[in-house]
Design a protein around this ligand. Structure first.
Ligand code: HEM
Length: 141
């Protein structure tokens, strides 16, 4: 991964931002609405399926359900007209023993999908910033 990009992800993940936005109601539109989010999630799932370190976590998962819940989650987080109906991040990821490196790698795979879907870098970071607070529920130091 490009080191500059890595640093930006790092700062987004630790909750810092050079351009804090009080109101991010436009994010859903900036991600391309429902169709855009579906394309991002499809790409994300594809990236995961090709990743030797991350794919094993998902080998027994219902990918159809995962896709549907991720679309709902990203749609809701970006203030789109959706409600997340999946399980809590804590319950879902409990006992998986995910490391911080694997968490960061998964975020990189999401970024790779957003790159391929021509989502501008600044828009990508706005979504990633919304995922950052989930980090303590997904992996434990
Ligand atoms: C940005 C961070 C992450 C987000 C927002 C996220 C979100 C989600 C969501 C919404 C689901 C579906 C929940 C449901 O079925 O009710 C899910 C499932 C899952 N996640 Fe994550 N996740 C993240 C990071 C990770 C990481 C780092 C791993 C492992 C390396 C992981 C492994 C899994 C697995 C294996 C499932 C499927 C569980 C099953 O088969 O029931 N996730 N995640």
């Amino acid at each position: 991964m490009n080191p500059i990009k890595y640093l930006v992800v790092f700062f987004a993940l630790i909750g810092l931002s050079l351009s804090p936005q009080a109101n991010d109601d436009d994010l859903y539109q900036d991600l391309g609405g429902k169709a855009g989010i579906e394309a991002i999630v499809d790409g994300f799932v594809t990236e995961i399926s090709f990743d030797q370190e991350i794919y094993p976590f998902f080998k027994d998962s219902d990918i159809g359900r995962l896709r549907e819940k991720l679309v709902e989650q990203f749609c809701m987080l970006s203030h789109g007209p959706c409600e997340y109906s999946g399980d809590s991040m804590k319950d879902v990821h409990a006992g998986m023993h995910i490391t911080s490196g694997q968490f960061n790698r998964t975020v990189e795979l999401l970024q790779a999908s957003m790159d391929k879907n021509d989502i501008p870098f600044a828009v990508q970071n706005r979504l990633i910033k919304l995922l950052a607070p989930m980090r303590p529920d997904i992996y434990h130091r």
